[in-house]
Every structure is written in structure tokens, then in C-alpha cells.
Ligand binder design. Structure first.
Ligand code: HEC
Length: 180
């Protein structure tokens, strides 16, 4: 009698655990709603404006004298460990490592598009989280100081008068989509 009761209790515990796992799994598997995606896009808009403000500040203050410090400062903003804000391109990286080479399918597609001046975006699942991802194409039209740091860009890049809008790569942003 006692034995049966214990068995029944054990069965109930197992059932609860399985139900919990199924419910948990379902929440994470469900693609985000349109509203959740919109909220993540708004966060990405803010992040984009913030990163551009930082970059314009950096471009504006770069002089032939402080190029090396400027490069180091930029690479600290785009630290290798940060997967949420990245610069990607196909030229030789400025500072060691190859952090700027596209590292997954979204970045490969984004770079191909960026080299033609096209943006890109996607909502994707990584592990058990959903992310909104965005790529913004970068060209020589943004600022004349690019050349001070980027001897790695193509010669065409520097002929701004002949090649306006010469595309070199992309800024990519990644924002986690929050569940309501
Ligand atoms: C103060 C120096 C500096 C200036 C000015 C600068 N960059 Fe960069 N840029 C860097 C550094 C450093 C990296 C590598 C960042 C990293 O570690 O991820 C980089 C990376 C990039 C990449 C990724 C591909 C690659 O070649 O590494 C692109 C694209 C890029 N920059 C575009 C631009 C454009 C366009 C401009 C001008 C509007 C510009 N940069 C101006 C320092 C600079």
C-alpha cells in the first residue's frame, strides 16, 4: 500500500517535470511575435545612433599624430568578445586577429550585400535565444578620415572624387528579442 503511494507520488513528480520541460521548450521555440520584433528593432535604432555618434566622434578627432591610439580605441569599442556590435569586411584586419571576417551565414550575406551598398536584417535563433540582427553598409562617403587608419582598403576607396560611395564593409548590430 505504502509502496503504491510512493510510486504514484514519483509518477506525479516525473509528470510535472516533463510538463515543465515541454512548456519551457515551447516558450523558447516559438518565434517572437511582431510586437516583440518591433520592440527589438527600436532598441537597434537607438544602438545604431549611439554607435554612429561614437564613430563620428572618433573619425572627427583622428589626426596623423594620433592614428595608432585611434585604432586601438576603435578596436576596444569593437572588442572581439562583443558579438552584438561588429565591423565586418574582407580586407586585411587593421589590428591582429581576424575578428572582422564574417563569422556566420548572416554576416556572409550581409557583407556581400554591403559591398553593393545594401543593408540587411534578420530575426534568428541562437542557442535558446532569439535575436534581431541588422547590417549597415559602410562607404567612403561617411568621412574623409577613414584613409588615415585604413591603409587596408582598396585604392579605389581613397579616390573619393572618382568613386563616391565605394563600399568597404558593414557595421552589424544584434539585439536580443525579449519575451513579453
Ligand atoms: C581611428 C582609426 C579609424 C578610422 C578613422 C576608421 N576606422 Fe574603420 N576600423 C578601425 C579599426 C581599429 C578596425 C578594426 C576594429 C576591430 O577590431 O573590430 C576597423 C574596422 C573597419 C571595418 C571592418 C573591416 C576591416 O577592414 O577591418 C570597416 C568596414 C571599417 N572599419 C570602415 C571604416 C570607414 C568606412 C571609415 C571612415 C568613415 C573608417 N572605418 C574609419 C579604425 C578606424
Amino acid at each position: 500500500m505504502r509502496h503504491t503511494r510512493m510510486k504514484r507520488a514519483a509518477a506525479i513528480i516525473v509528470l510535472i517535470a516533463v510538463a515543465g520541460l515541454v512548456a519551457f521548450g515551447r516558450v523558447n521555440n516559438d518565434p517572437p511575435t511582431d510586437q516583440e520584433k518591433e520592440t527589438a528593432e527600436k532598441t537597434a535604432d537607438l544602438l545604431q545612433a549611439e554607435v554612429f555618434a561614437a564613430l563620428l566622434q572618433e573619425f572627427g578627432e583622428t589626426t596623423p599624430e594620433n592614428v595608432e591610439q585611434g585604432k586601438q580605441a576603435v578596436s576596444l569599442i569593437f572588442h572581439d568578445a562583443n558579438r552584438d556590435i561588429r565591423l565586418i569586411g574582407n580586407s586585411t584586419p587593421l589590428l591582429g586577429g581576424n575578428n572582422n571576417i564574417p563569422s556566420d551565414q548572416f554576416e556572409q550575406e550581409s557583407l556581400a550585400l554591403a559591398l553593393q551598398g545594401q543593408p540587411n536584417q534578420a530575426v534568428e535563433r541562437h542557442g535558446n535565444r532569439w535575436y534581431y540582427r541588422r547590417s549597415i553598409a559602410l562607404s567612403n562617403t561617411f568621412h574623409t578620415s577613414c584613409a588615415l587608419c585604413h591603409s587596408n582598403f582598396t585604392p579605389q576607396f581613397f579616390e573619393q572624387t572618382h568613386n563616391p560611395g565605394q563600399w568597404v564593409g558593414a557595421l552589424t548590430l544584434r539585439v536580443q528579442v525579449k519575451e513579453d
